[in-house]
Design a protein around this ligand. Structure first.
Ligand SMILES: NC(=O)c1ccc[n+]([C@@H]2O[C@H](COP(=O)([O-])OP(=O)(O)OC[C@H]3O[C@@H](n4cnc5c(N)ncnc54)[C@H](OP(=O)(O)O)[C@@H]3O)[C@@H](O)[C@H]2O)c1
Length: 487
């Protein structure tokens, strides 16, 4: 016979606030005291019907549950147990919220039916009713009441806002990819001007490799967490934040590392709200790299019809975006890659010519193909220094974007004068120093995605725990396009 458990309560909070927590199928390890760790399998979104959450209870039991329905209008969700080490069989549960008209409060109804092994009916009914549902009511009340979650726009933060658990990739020593280790840490409540974000997708950038190697210890002291960008959902907002609300989907990039984690508080001024058409993983794959492309093409390269553009690592994360956008602007794009496979992808993304070289020899071919480059986008650094200068056209502009082969040695201005050349060493964050700039560049990026100037990227995905593998892959020169960590 099926057992039935029904419990309900009233929460002294508006329905949107309660629903913002409950609709996230993976939020329960942040508010329910019996849940230890939870993750969504297969890199699905935690509000995707059909997704499976896999979690451990504090008592060591393991459960996998599947989200069956999610109705934002009715504030209702249904889920079932797929398998579990507790003997709950055919367990199906429904959570329903209704607004209480007397005051801005929420009625929460939680019910389930399930079968049990003979003789365990009462024990398991009590466990579900008391240990799961009634404890859950109390825990969520505490979670909300102590300010660990949503705050209405303009409201001051709760004085006792709780830190939350955050999974993060951290390094305790500089070195190879293996120094990146996954561990738990606290994600403090958002401070003034900050928002706390439940991160879903984190962009991996070559810059993260420099930090991991210890090339910029001032920027990433130990122990430290790399990562400059991510996308996810706002959990709560600090004092003085306007324009962002709990539940908003956002992406951010910023000059202070720390993005390789599942929950993070960052300045609201780093964030952009995401259009519905842009998924979290696409945002994490595109934001920093796409805004870099915008800076390169518009501000530095002044790329337009006829520009001869030499683009290194043309099949990389930044490379594919620059290639296709530059082609759309009318440039002739000459890419370099280290393999024929990458050359094929670079051609598909707008490179008219691709020079395949593993040892940075390209200048003669560039001169032969087009008489020299008006603009060079150089993410290579020192090993390509002489070849880059030789590949420049008269009055050309050499943009030293990065240093995958090692730091570029200082350039003698008298070298540049031989070609009346110009040289720049930009950092994208300097081109995003006001909210207006961030907004304008981001809007151009989404517009470029919508009108086909750049393509939706093919993303290499890794779990957050596999950040070391993602770094090894990026440094191997095998990766094509962007890499993203899923939290
Ligand atoms: N200044 C800024 O604000 C800014 C912003 C974003 C990115 N960047 C720079 O732009 C460049 C591209 O960044 P990304 O994140 O999109 O990386 P990426 O291009 O996806 O990966 C780096 C690429 O560099 C090439 N490479 C050449 N020699 C290498 C070596 N010895 N070791 C490893 N890779 C080597 C590889 O392509 P091949 O094998 O095909 O040569 C590799 O795929 C990086 O230099 C990065 O620092 C700078």
């Amino acid at each position: 016979m099926l057992q039935k458990v029904v419990r309900s309560t009233v929460i002294d909070e508006p329905i949107e606030r309660v629903w913002a927590v409950l609709r996230d199928f993976n939020s329960h390890d942040q508010w329910h005291s019996v849940v230890d760790q939870s993750r969504i399998e297969g890199q699905e979104r935690s509000d995707q019907v059909g997704c499976v959450r896999s979690f451990t209870l504090k008592d060591g039991n393991r459960i996998r549950e599947q989200l069956l329905t999610l109705d934002d209008r009715e504030h209702k969700s249904t889920y079932c147990i797929v398998d579990a080490t507790v003997p709950l069989q055919r367990y199906v549960a429904t959570v329903t919220l209704k607004p209480v008209t007397d005051g801005n409060r929420t009625f929460w109804h939680w019910e389930s039916s399930f079968a049990t092994p003979p003789g365990m009916e009462r024990e398991l009914r009590d466990m579900v009713a008391t240990g799961v549902y009634e404890a859950g009511f109390a825990n969520l009340r505490q979670h909300l009441g102590l300010g660990a979650d949503l705050l209405p726009r303009g409201a001051p933060p709760m004085p006792t806002a709780l830190p939350m658990a955050s999974r993060r990739a951290v390094l305790h020593t500089y070195g190879g990819p293996e120094v990146l280790q996954a561990e738990y840490a606290e994600a403090p409540a958002p401070g003034t001007g900050e928002v706390r974000i439940r991160q879903r997708a984190i962009g991996v950038n070559y810059f993260d490799v420099y930090l991991r190697k210890g090339w910029m210890p001032g920027m990433l002291p130990l122990p430290g967490t790399p990562g400059m960008e991510a996308a996810g959902t706002v959990i709560d907002v600090g004092r003085g934040v306007n324009g962002l609300l709990p539940g908003d989907r956002v992406a951010y990039l910023g000059p202070v590392p720390g993005a390789y984690c599942s929950v993070r508080s960052v300045p609201a001024s780093w964030c952009v709200r995401l259009p519905a058409a842009v998924d979290d993983d696409v945002a994490a794959a595109l934001l920093l790299k796409g805004l870099t492309a915008d800076m390169l093409l518009r501000d530095l390269g002044h790329v337009g019809p006829g520009t001869r553009l030499l683009l290194h690592a043309a099949a990389g994360g930044v490379g594919l975006l620059v290639a296709s956008w530059a082609q759309r602007l009318g440039a002739t794009v000459i890419g370099t890659t280290s393999s024929e496979d990458k050359a094929r992808v670079a051609r598909e993304h707008g490179c008219q010519h691709v020079i395949v070289t593993r040892d940075y020899r390209f200048a003669d071919e560039v001169q032969r193909l087009c008489g020299g480059a008006d603009v060079i986008v150089d993410g290579l650094g020192d090993a390509a220094r002489e070849q880059n200068f030789a590949a420049l056209a008269p009055c050309g502009h050499w943009i030293s974007l990065g240093q995958a082969t090692g730091g570029l040695q200082p350039l003698d201005p008298n070298l540049l004068v031989q070609k009346s050349a110009t040289f720049s060493r930009p950092v994208v964050f300097a081109y995003l120093s006001s909210p207006e700039q961030l907004l304008a560049r981001t809007q151009r990026l989404w517009a470029a995605l919508a009108d086909g100037s750049i393509r939706k990227p093919v993303i290499e995905r890794y779990t957050l725990d596999a950040a070391a593998a993602a770094h090894a892959r990026l440094e191997s020169r095998q990766s094509v396009g962007p890499l993203v960590l899923m939290a």
